[in-house]
Write a protein that binds this ligand. Structure first.
Ligand code: PLP
Length: 388
């Protein structure tokens, strides 16, 4: 019998920041827009991730939210890290993270960045091409390497395949070149796509990785690392599979992977998203061709970038008026700065009203700019003293 919908989708009580706490914090008069974050919720998510897949060691994807307090919580929870740049590496080193806990998972790295990371003691580097293999090998011949392969991204809100990942024939050429160079190619990784709502994708990725492991062994290499990447979803509008269900599928797929292979993952969004709310205000309203437009001080360039790719957030207000379909836009003069269409909002919304967006701790402030002279949202960290 197939699992019931309730079984597959997230029935686990979520750890979202309490709306009452958010409203209380707003009374302290912070300038909007701001991201209100409770890093303790990220701690709960880290523990939940580990419990869901005990064999898998999480490494936080710093790009999701590089705020130092988030990084500190991950460090306290024994979570490792995954970086894409040397600025991210410096943030971690400043917190005392050992360089060996940092995996350099950007498949394309400049020589300058590689030299810097190697000098700081980073041991593990990803690659997905012969060019990158030769580049890393030329700078750090003893680098420990893992190969990013293509995998199915069906059912992910952010398919990533296409930009990165070697196809099987390319993987074979890379393995052969690594053997020729005597490079330490020791692992395989994949990314199922961000906000992946297809429970099967990780198991499919693990199967593909096993094929590459077999091919590595045929060429005399001994695999030591399986990195199952990121993509674990958080709840917004659409149903998601719970991390517990994903964990069951992953743990089952790992049964054929020998204990000599370390298994890690790179969750970003999952660990940090539901620890934060965006608090924004209405800066103006208009009616255009019969449609109500609501303009906020947070927009596409100021914390709500993911809406451009179709991310749908929940929206709360303090008004109780009849809900009508609204277009919600940001404060800039760029026509791309429109976040929502046909969003049901109270018809009595006015300038100065607060707009609250939950579960937006990932890829929000991290993406923000100061385009058009509007400030980035400030990050306000909730202390446990001011939780009620
Ligand atoms: C962005 C990224 C992640 C994190 O992805 P999420 O969808 O936030 O979990 C993990 N690994 C790599 C290589 C990435 O680029």
């Amino acid at each position: 019998m197939p699992n019931s919908i309730a079984d597959i989708y997230d029935t686990h009580p979520e750890t979202s920041l309490d709306f009452a706490v958010v409203r209380e914090a707003v009374k302290q008069g912070h300038k909007t827009p701001f991201l209100l974050i409770d890093p303790e919720l990220a701690r709960i998510k880290a523990r939940r991730f580990k419990a869901a897949m005990p064999r898998v060691h999480p490494h936080y994807a710093v790009k999701a939210n590089p705020h130092p307090e988030v990084l500190e919580i991950m460090l306290q929870e024994g979570v490792g890290f995954e970086i894409a740049s040397i600025a991210e590496l410096d943030l971690l080193l400043a917190l005392g993270v050992p360089a060996r806990e940092v995996y350099y998972s950007n498949p394309i790295k400049s020589s300058e960045y590689l030299r810097y990371a190697a000098g700081k003691g980073v041991e593990w580097y990803v690659l997905d091409s012969i060019d990158e293999l030769r580049k890393i090998h030329g700078i750090k011949p003893d680098a420990k390497l893992y190969l990013r392969i293509e995998t199915q991204n069906i059912g992910s809100d952010w398919p990533l395949s296409g930009k990165f990942g070697a196809a099987f024939p390319e993987a074979r050429e890379i393995v052969e070149e690594a053997v020729r160079l005597r490079a330490d190619l020791a692992g395989v990784t994949f990314h199922v796509g961000s906000q992946c709502r297809n429970l099967e994708n990780w198991a499919i990725g693990i199967d593909n990785a096993e094929r590459v492991f077999d091919m590595m062994r045929e060429n005399g290499l001994e695999p030591r690392l399986l990195n199952i990447g990121g993509g674990y979803p958080v709840r917004h509008i659409k149903p998601i599979p719970s991390i517990e269900k994903i964990g069951e599928s992953v743990q089952a797929a790992l049964e054929d992977i020998p204990d000599t292979i370390r298994v890690m993952a790179e969750p970003g969004r999952f660990l940090v998203s539901d620890s934060a709310y965006m608090v924004s205000r209405v800066v103006g309203t208009a009616t255009r061709h019969g449609t109500r437009w609501i303009y906020l001080d947070a927009g596409v360039f100021h914390g709500l970038m993911e809406t451009v790719e179709g991310m749908q957030y929940e929206v709360y207000t303090d008004r109780a008026g009849t809900e009508i379909p609204c277009t919600v836009a940001g404060p800039t003069c760029d026509s791309m700065d429109v976040m929502m269409r046909d969003e049901m909002l109270p018809e009595d919304l006015q300038e100065g009203d607060y707009i609250y967006i939950p579960n937006i701790g990932a890829y929000s402030t991290a993406y923000a700019s100061e385009f058009n002279g509007f400030p980035k949202p400030e990050v306000v960290v909730l202390r446990h003293g001011n939780r009620t």
